[in-house]
Design a protein around this ligand. Structure first.
Ligand SMILES: [Zn+2]
Length: 60
């Protein structure tokens, strides 16, 4: 598990979350711990094989 700090696309607060890179590329939802909105997370790997997480609004 890797810890990521992302900015909530709803309220802009920075939240920490744990992402399991062993699952490979996947998408999931995480509720913001500040505003409780469902953040859509896109987990993928960059060209160096490093895990990266993209946080989006549900409707995007
Ligand atoms: Zn939020």
């Amino acid at each position: 598990m890797d810890e990521f700090s992302i900015g909530c696309p709803y309220c802009g607060e920075s939240i920490d979350l744990l992402v399991d890179g062993s699952e490979g590329e996947h998408e999931c939802y995480e509720d913001c711990s500040v505003c409780c909105s469902p953040i859509f997370l896109e987990v993928s790997f960059d060209e160096l094989g490093k895990l990266k997480v993209l946080a989006k609004r549900d409707s995007d």
